[in-house]
Each structure stands twice: as structure tokens, then as C-alpha cells.
Design a protein around this ligand. Structure first.
Ligand code: HPA
Length: 278
């Protein structure tokens, strides 16, 4: 269930801090991915402490601030650090970026995450365009009383990840000479990583990448009528593929190694978006 009070208070705070902001796009940066924000010319920043719905981001590698910026002339809100269901913070914090974007007239959101790769042929550092997802969390943020802000009572999910935006991202990859994978993202609640048996099972069910985020945000954005595009940075091989334990340090280090490719890709993608007049 999502409480509108902290969301409305967040909108008031953001409007007060950035009275002239009219973001066309939003971007949510996952674990270790905050530096992607360097691809944008800053117009203003606001710490999550000042945004009631977001509060302090709780994970190492999450900066916890909203950057108002632009690239290729496309005004963008970049959320540097995300809130997760596993923090036990209720859905308000997870929903706040999407609520702000939709309320301020944005048309689309770019979701990024660090993820484990389940395909043994893939390597840490690979980047994957999210084509679709499977929700393994066992919950959804839209449970509870229907709020028309989030669209219909029973939102269609046939086309969550916008086909045109995915094609534009693939094009950006070609132009920037960065090879991109495509696949299905599975989300569990975390904060535990998966067991090797879970990964074997999920692989059979169609997982290419696994993580602890993105899916609730994609569901909310889609329900509210925002176009969605998503990118996973494969930071590690999923549990059991290699004979070694998983650590957050490995996730963080790989994301830093993949950073320059991600920045190049994002710069090119925003140029594609500018051309398409999104
Ligand atoms: N599993 C879940 N979440 C993750 C992983 C993983 O292997 N890597 C980065 N986030």
C-alpha cells in the first residue's frame, strides 16, 4: 500500500527547490551506479534528506540525492540511489521517484540496476537491456486500496519495457560501440543473495539477470503511464555458477569497471532521445 501523504510532501519539497524544473525523463541509479550522473550537466541537486518520501538512502554505493540535469538538451531528474523493499521502508519510498516524475510531467523513466548473471556465457561487466521481467518478490506495490494516480485497478503489463526506447538504446549501443545483451530480469526481495538451487530454478524459468529492485518501479511507472526502459549491469555471476561466494564489494567493484561504458552509452542514448523528441 502506498501512502500519498509523504509523496505529496515530496512533490511540494521538490517544486520549492526546483521551481522551474520540467523533467522530460527520469533515471534511477542502482548500486554503485551513481556516477552515471556525470553524463549530465547539473542544474541543481537536492539531498534525499530534504525529500520526505525518500529520506536517507541506506546502501553503500548509493549517494542519496536527486540531481536535476540535462544531456543533449533533454531535461532529466536523476535519482542517485534508490530505496528498496528489503530496507523495510514500505512502498512509499520506492514509489516516490515515479510519483514525482509523473506529477511533474515526465514521459519516461530509465531504470538501472546491478544484477547477477545466470547465463554462464555472460561475464561480469556485461550490460543487458531489460526486455521483460518476472516478479519473484511475492508482493507488489499496488496491493491495497486503488489510487487512480497509478492508473487502472488492473494494469496491463504486456508491454512494460517500451519497444521504441529499447530499440533506441540498442542503437545507442551500436553507435557507441558497446555491445549489449538483452534479457529477462528476475527480482527477489533480497537482502539475501539467492541460493544456487534458486538460480538453477530461475534460469529454467527464463532468468538472464537477477536482482532485488527495478520490478516494483517498473510496475508503478507502467501503471501510471510512464514509458519504461531498463539496463542491468551484470556485476557478478549469480550464485552457484562459480565456486565462490557473492559479496557486495564485488558488485560495487564491477560496477565501477563498467562505469565508462555505461556513461558513453547513456550520453549516446540521450542524443537518440533528443532526436526522437521524447
Ligand atoms: N543477486 C541479487 N542481486 C544482485 C546480484 C545477485 O547476484 N548482484 C547484484 N545484485
Amino acid at each position: 500500500m502506498i501512502d500519498r501523504k509523504p509523496l505529496n510532501a515530496s512533490l511540494t519539497a521538490v517544486k520549492k527547490a526546483f521551481p522551474k524544473a520540467k523533467p522530460k525523463l527520469g533515471m534511477i541509479l542502482g548500486s554503485g551506479l551513481s556516477d552515471i550522473a556525470d553524463a549530465f550537466k547539473p542544474l541543481g541537486t537536492l539531498s534525499y534528506d530534504k525529500i520526505p518520501g525518500l529520506g536517507k538512502a541506506g546502501v553503500v554505493g548509493h549517494a542519496g540525492r536527486l540531481l536535476w540535469g540535462e544531456s543533449a538538451g533533454v531535461e532529466t531528474f536523476i535519482f542517485q540511489g534508490r530505496r528498496h523493499y528489503y530496507e523495510g521502508v514500505s512502498w512509499d519510498a520506492v514509489a516516490t521517484p515515479l510519483f514525482l516524475l509523473k506529477s511533474l510531467g515526465a514521459k519516461a523513466v530509465f531504470l538501472t540496476n546491478a544484477a547477477g548473471g545466470t547465463n554462464p556465457k555472460w561475464k561480469p561487466g556485461d550490460l543487458m537491456i531489460i526486455e521483460d521481467h518476472i516478479n519473484m518478490m511475492g508482493v507488489t506495490p499496488l496491493l491495497g486500496k486503488h489510487d487512480p494516480f497509478w492508473g487502472q485497478r488492473f494494469p496491463d503489463q504486456s508491454f512494460i519495457y517500451d519497444r521504441k526506447l529499447r530499440a533506441a538504446l540498442a542503437r545507442a549501443g551500436q553507435k557507441a560501440k558497446i555491445s549489449l545483451r538483452k534479457g529477462v530480469y528476475f527480482a527477489g526481495t533480497g537482502p539475501t543473495y539467492e541460493t544456487p538451487a534458486e538460480i538453477r530454478a530461475w534460469r529454467k524459468l527464463g532468468a538472464d539477470a537477477v536482482g532485488m529492485s527495478t520490478v516494483p518501479e517498473a510496475m508503478l511507472a507502467n501503471a501510471a503511464g510512464l514509458r519504461v526502459v531498463g539496463l542491468s549491469c551484470i556485476t557478478n555471476m549469480a550464485a552457484g555458477i562459480l565456486n565462490q561466494p557473492l559479496t557486495h564489494e564485488e558488485v560495487f567493484e564491477t560496477s565501477q569497471k563498467a562505469m565508462s561504458n555505461m556513461k558513453k552509452l547513456i550520453l549516446q542514448f540521450w542524443k537518440e532521445l533528443a532526436k526522437e523528441k521524447i
